[in-house]
Design a protein around this ligand. Structure first.
Ligand code: HEM
Length: 753
């Protein structure tokens, strides 16, 4: 039978169960585990495995050498109704080991026990040495054709659709660390092009800490937990990080990005992505251009507040992962435009005085516009996290014809590092044959044998030239889409361990970034430096970093110095005269609200008809409504997603109040420490806490009917971004309008210029 379809017995079970469950309203909120709701009784009638959830995808079922197969992707999953050994022998019992009598010792002959335990013992593989924590999704890239003039890459030709797998990550933390820590985010995209796989292995920041790959172990050792106590986890707020970046001042520009709101994204869906390095493009005619890659999110760049990020670390450490998968499940497919800055390929490899080989420098968009060349849509979540997200292997050397590398010394070292680390992480040299890594182009590489070889290579002559295999494989030329190593001239030069002099400017672009920020963004930067340095133990390190801040901007330095209780030093370099780049700020524009989450406070006395309409309208607008009520289950005929005990403000982008719930029976301070005390309040204190936190985090808040009383009790009526309306529909419209600007910044007039 077709294993992608559920067996009849399952369909019936699903139908019966779904009739029973409370949430019969459609659409439902995302996040249900499994593709069918469970029954209360353990299912015992044998049937084939359940299908994946409808939003789940999986790697195409290609052969290890890239050939298409006609099998559904579920063919890679478990098969049949019965429990078997790894060899397919059916088993009658997996709950008891084979013993000499029910009270006797376990027998060595129990091959099932040994197979089960042995495999379990080896389930873990080494996590990535960096970027260990991540989440991936499948999607499609559609080219506009606008890059055809500058690159011969086939996947950028007009209308061409290419399957992709994207993995987002944090850099510093272990695989189990929290999503919302302050850190750079990885943004790695695997394009399965028919000319070979292209990996764009970028970050959500356009610059890097170091200019030469030989420093990579140093910056990572400095950022990782201290080697003696192994703390702190997934943090840069500690002495070794600041020791390194204050001594190695080329790190200052990237560090400033990390200290800005870019270091705590609201969602992977609201991050920009950057290829960081300058690449070299070559077109059909052999003309070359230099280029920088950019990903621009349709939803705009949007970040958490620091308090939200910290709270989420405890309340929902998987916040970004959940957000990505819930959005895809809800049909709010995350989208980015791929853009390129095209720069002339001159012998100096500079643009407007900016050294294009220096990965600590950007080219401001105002000087070289980002030209859109295609759209990325993520539309399927993985079926199996380990098989796909954990085993995916990116490499900056995976390039299609038409895209080549430059001499950026950071990029040059990366070209070595990725395959090298994957040899250990993925247990041998054949990881390109793992389903998620299989190219969608024919592979004939003369690479043979090795651990976990899955191809069954034919022939006797995996060498060139040969006559025994009829000369196969043959070299390709331009007409056959061969990769082109652009024949760039390498200047005669002495062999040195040195950087070009132009790499010595470590502060001008950090200053450019600082001056491009809006006042509220500057305040956040000041606060994060003060927090991070305040967490350092040694004064000397704080003083040294203050010197770098003075060289970026005296006001930034003075404000941080005040918080640290230290004197602000004078700059030791002339302050750069730079033109701000407004494109770097994430404040001041409006974006779509797709996939955002609205919390709706209800109780049985609320205007439930109004809530029905609002819930439907939120879904209709491509957002997710989460009902928050005094207890779980149902309020009227509406399903409850969060209770006052389980819901917290940081989960929502905006809050609507349809009622003024009195303190629920479980609103007892001693039983719920976040509730505070019920004292004389007429509204459940946890609802007031929701309002207070949403207000403090500059989120839109709306109320109608009894909900207005809550705003009064929280003393937030008549403040910016707080709406009282005559109906739920009116409140939603007003709140959605406010959400377009991401936050109600007017609530907190900035105090820095
Ligand atoms: C512009 C600078 C860099 C960027 C944008 C960058 C980006 C990334 C990203 C996005 C990942 C995660 C890939 C994934 O999701 O699996 C990653 C992993 C990694 N990066 Fe980098 N990186 C940079 C510099 C470097 C350098 C200089 C080195 C070494 C010399 C390096 C070594 C690694 C290693 C070893 C991994 C783990 C790969 C794996 O285990 O599969 N990176 N990098």
């Amino acid at each position: 039978m077709d294993s992608s379809k559920p067996a009849k017995a399952v369909k019936n079970a699903v139908k019966t169960a779904s009739e029973k469950i409370a949430d019969v309203l459609t659409p439902t909120v995302p996040g249900a585990p499994g593709s069918a709701p469970p029954t209360v009784e353990e299912p015992t009638a044998p049937h084939d495995p359940l299908p994946p959830k409808s939003e789940q995808g999986a790697p195409q079922t290609r052969t290890p050498t890239g050939a298409e197969t006609d099998t559904p992707t579920t063919a890679n999953g478990q098969q049949g109704a019965y429990l078997t050994t790894a060899q397919g022998a059916r088993l009658r019992d997996t709950d008891h080991s084979l013993k000499a009598g029910s009270r006797g010792p376990t027998l060595l002959q129990d091959h099932h026990l040994r197979e089960k335990i042995t495999h379990f013992d080896h389930e873990r593989i080494p996590e990535r040495v960096v970027h260990a924590r991540g989440a991936g999704a499948h999607g499609v890239f559609t080219a506009y054709g606008t890059a055809e003039g500058v690159t011969r890459a086939g996947f950028l030709k007009k209308g061409r659709e290419t399957e992709v797998f994207v993995r987002f990550s944090t850099v510093l933390g272990s695989r189990g660390s929290a999503d919302t820590v302050r850190d750079t985010r990885g943004f790695a995209t695997k394009f399965y092009t028919d000319e070979g796989t292209f990996d764009l292995v970028g970050n959500n920041m356009p610059v890097f800490f170091i200019q030469d790959a030989i420093k990579f172990p140093d910056i990572i050792h400095a950022g990782k937990p201290h080697p003696d106590r192994e703390i702190p986890q997934a943090q840069s707020a500690h002495d070794t990080f600041w020791d390194f970046v204050s001594l190695h001042t080329e790190a200052q520009h990237h560090t400033l990005w990390n200290m800005s709101d870019r270091g705590i994204p609201r969602s992977y869906r609201t991050m920009e992505g950057f290829g960081v390095h300058t690449f070299r493009l070559v077109n059909e005619a052999g003309d070359t251009a230099l280029a920088k890659f950019h990903w621009k999110p349709t939803l705009g760049v949007h970040s958490l507040t620091w308090e939200e990020a910290q709270m989420l670390g405890g309340m929902d450490p998987d916040f970004h992962r959940r957000d990505l998968y819930d959005a895809i499940e809800a049909g709010a497919f995350p989208e980015w435009e791929l853009g390129i800055q095209v720069l002339p390929d001159t012998p100096e490899e500079t643009f407007d005085g900016i050294d294009l080989l220096d990965p600590t420098k950007i080219v401001p968009e105002e000087l070289a516009p980002v030209q859109p060349v295609g759209k990325l849509t993520l539309n399927r979540t993985p079926t199996n996290f380990f098989a796909e997200t954990e085993q995916v292997a990116f490499h900056v050397g995976h390039l299609p014809p038409g895209i080549d590398v430059t001499n950026d010394p950071l990029l040059q070292g990366r070209l070595f590092s990725y395959v090298d680390t994957q040899l250990t992480r993925l247990g041998g040299p054949n990881f390109a044959q793992i389903p998620i890594n299989r190219p969608h182009a024919p592979v004939n590489d003369m690479l043979r044998d090795g651990f976990h070889q899955q191809a069954v290579h034919a022939g006797v002559a995996p060498y060139r030239p040969n006559s025994l295999d009829g000369g196969n494989p043959f070299p390709a030329g331009d007409d056959e889409h061969a990769f082109l190593d652009v024949p760039v001239t390498v200047a005669e030069a002495p062999k040195v361990r040195a950087n070009p002099a132009s790499f010595d400017d470590h502060f001008s672009q950090a200053r450019l970034f600082w001056l491009s920020m809006s006042p509220v963004e500057r305040e956040h930067i000041i606060r994060s430096y003060t927090f991070e340095l305040g967490k350092c133990y040694h004064q000397a390190i704080k003083e040294r970093q203050l010197q770098s801040l003075a060289n970026i901007d005296p006001e930034l330095c003075a404000q941080v110095a005040t918080g640290l209780g230290l004197p602000a030093p004078e700059p030791t370099v002339p302050l750069a005269d730079v033109t701000p780049s407004p494109a770097l700020s994430q404040v001041g524009r409006e974006w779509p609200t797709d996939g955002r989450t609205i919390g709706i406070v209800v109780d049985p006395d609320s205007d439930l008809d109004g809530v029905h309409q609002v819930r439907a309208a939120v879904f209709e607008a491509g957002m997710v409504p989460l009902l928050i009520a005094p207890h779980g289950g149902m309020v009227g005929d509406l399903p409850v997603q969060r209770t006052f005990a389980t819901g917290r403000s940081v989960e929502f982008d905006a809050l609507l109040l349809a009622g003024a719930p009195a303190p629920a029976p479980d609103a007892i301070g001693a039983r719920d420490d976040k509730a505070g005390t019920t004292d004389t309040k007429t509204v459940d204190p946890r609802v007031l806490l929701l309002v207070e936190e949403c207000w403090r985090h500059a989120k839109a808040i709306g109320a109608w009917d009894d909900g207005v009383a809550v705003l009064r009790q929280a003393r937030v009526t008549d403040t910016p971004g707080v709406v009282t309306a005559g109906s739920g529909a009116e409140a939603l419209t007003a709140v959605q309008g406010l959400m377009a600007a991401h936050r109600v910044w007017d609530r907190f007039p900035a105090t820095v210029a």
